[in-house]
Unconditional design. Sequence first.
Length: 202
Amino acid sequence: MKGTPIFEEVFMTLLRQRGIVVKLIVGGLLSLIPVANIFAFGYLLRFARRVRRSGDIVTPEWGDWKGLFLDGLRFGVVWLCYWLLPLLVVYVVAILLYCLGIGVLAYILFSVAFILAPVLFSSALYRYLMRSDFKDLLDLNLIVKMTYLEFPRFLVPSIVFAGICAVLLPVYGLALFWAFLMLIAYTGLCFRRLEYQEAVSV
């Protein structure tokens, strides 16, 4: 995609792809099964790499299962550190607030965290993909800065992410797989554009 990515166009481009339903079902089913979900993670990382390298949001075919598993472990590190762990920390704080009788504040806190977490994760994932070096995940200041700068642009995708997870909660594997696929496509294109512009200006 050329020019400034438009979320609605990216979203619809994903939906209209040939074979997307089958790919989503496979990814959703794998996401439901412990250990097997690593293959789904690997698929998402493979897709994220494609987006960054070429700006192409055509979803890859399922294959090279050994490679998917190894990539899934890599993706899992980013996912754990910058999506799941922050949400768990906020969840514990929210429970404490609820026990103190501040249920409304607890609900608001977790809701805000659930909107912020996808953006934080996207920033961390793209930072990792730039050199495929886990040490880059320790650059918390830069990742937070990326999140802060791009949050206004990523607000709608984050809300859609939360909506997909809420609506498809009974089939949470499919919900998370589709939500992350959509999120990676859009945020990857946006970060890629910024990276390219910075490279040109140097």
